[in-house]
Design a protein around this ligand. Structure first.
Ligand SMILES: *Cc1c(COP(=O)(O)O)cnc(C)c1O
Length: 395
């Protein structure tokens, strides 16, 4: 394993970690990349070997060199104790929750959290006798007042990936720990390049690796990174449930990670340029991007983040459904689709009100979530400007 800290005297930069960590050419006949390992059966040579179980690999489900190379990189980026690669971002969330909760416990979930995670809590955890309550993503230290003796986990997503509230992770972590609960943070938006929740007190960080890590819309994956204290529970639940990520998918995550730093920088810069431009367009009543000074949580973003992602939202002046259809049905470059993080730009009309229970969405007008891809910025602006003209005309 190339150890950058052995090569460079100072702490290696993120770019160096991304390009050198997790590789082991000496184990691969000199080939630069760890190849795709496919395999269930791992062979033992002797009775001694099978009885002592001391080999590095025992059975495919636990992982292989391809999955481990990805785990090493993500773990170094997040500053975790250990990291596990899992089949999807949703699997990362469900494993993390099950690792912290048992029958009789309660979980507090941000009202801005990724909807399928809420559905899991409401529909599955509840069946197990675990209750889920929702909190205002802007609650900060006030979450202490919601904590009960049976509250064992808090699930945060900062910023929320539809509505972009930034959460006060240090304050929420402190309150959770005072009351004996663990804090899980979904860090998909910023990636560990721009936000490191473990350093701010979180216990578990999850990623939809599907998004920025893979970066090309061609694979699903998730990661779970934990502190030393939380690791055993996560590792146990992951193993008990039998989750495994194939070497093929792991390879695509590892390949994406090599260019994560330059992709994040490009997405950030393009998204900010378009967000700033959107603020000047007459049909746009609000741009919701934490890195803009107009965002209500901008100060918190500045305190805890070192950059911003590709994803943000904007609100267009109130207009009927026909306007929304005229806008999104005729785009040339922006497409509609779930997910984000790829090279291609996406624009999705969203109704966040449906998925919220305690902080109603009161903004008037139509909300759109955009992922800014790697097309030419001027081409993207033209696509949006033409769309705004159709939107206004159909009103
Ligand atoms: C997409 C997404 C997930 C789920 O990831 P999948 O790989 O699609 O399961 C979780 N959290 C956030 C913020 C996401 O955007």
């Amino acid at each position: 394993m190339t150890d950058p800290s052995a090569v460079f005297s100072a702490t290696p930069s993120v770019e160096t970690l991304l390009t050198h960590e997790g590789r082991s050419p000496d184990d691969q006949f000199g080939f630069v990349n760890t190849p795709v390992y496919r395999g269930s059966t791992v062979l033992f040579k002797t009775l001694d070997d099978i009885e002592t179980q001391q080999q590095r690999y025992l059975y495919g489900r636990a992982g292989n060199p391809t999955t481990e190379s990805v785990e090493t990189v993500v773990n170094a980026l997040e500053g975790g104790f250990k990291t596990k690669l899992v089949p999807s971002g949703l699997a990362a969330i469900t494993i993390a929750l099950l690792a912290c909760l048992k029958t009789g416990d309660e979980v507090l979930i941000s009202d801005s959290a990724y909807e399928p995670g809420r559905v899991f809590a409401d529909g599955f955890l509840t069946q197990m006798g675990i209750s889920a309550r929702y909190y205002d993503p802007r609650i900060g230290a006030g979450i202490a007042e919601l904590m009960q003796p049976n509250t064992k986990a808090v699930l945060a997503e900062s910023p929320g990936s539809l509505t972009f509230e930034i959460q006060d992770i240090p304050a929420i972590a402190a309150a959770a720990h005072t009351h004996g609960a663990r804090l899980i943070v979904d860090n998909s938006w910023a990636s560990p390049l721009y936000h490191q929740p473990l350093k701010l007190g979180a216990d578990i960080v999850v990623h939809a690796g599907t998004k920025m890590f893979v970066g090309h819309s061609d694979a699903l994956a998730g990661t779970i990174t934990t502190t030393e204290e939380a690791w055993a529970d996560v590792a146990r639940v992951r193993a008990l449930l039998g989750f495994f990520t194939s070497g093929d998918d792991a390879y695509l995550v590892g390949r994406g990670l090599k260019t994560l730093a330059i992709r994040m920088a490009a997405h950030q810069q393009r998204a900010l340029e378009i967000a700033t431009w959107l603020e000047q367009q007459s049909e746009v009543v609000e741009v919701i991007h934490p890195a803009l000074p107009s965002h209500p949580d901008h100060a918190l973003w500045k305190r805890d983040f070192t950059g911003s992602g590709s994803l943000f939202a904007f609100v267009l002046a109130p207009a009927p459904r026909a306007s929304v259809a005229a806008f999104v049905d005729n785009m040339r470059l922006f497409s509609m689709g779930y997910s984000w993080g790829g090279y291609e730009s996406l624009c999705l009309p969203v109704k966040p009100g449906k998925a919220r229970t305690i902080t109603p969405w009161t903004h008037e007008g139509n909300l759109f979530r955009v992922h800014i891809g790697l097309e030419g910025v001027d081409d993207l602006k033209r696509d949006l400007a033409e769309g705004f003209a159709r939107y206004a005309q159909a009103r």
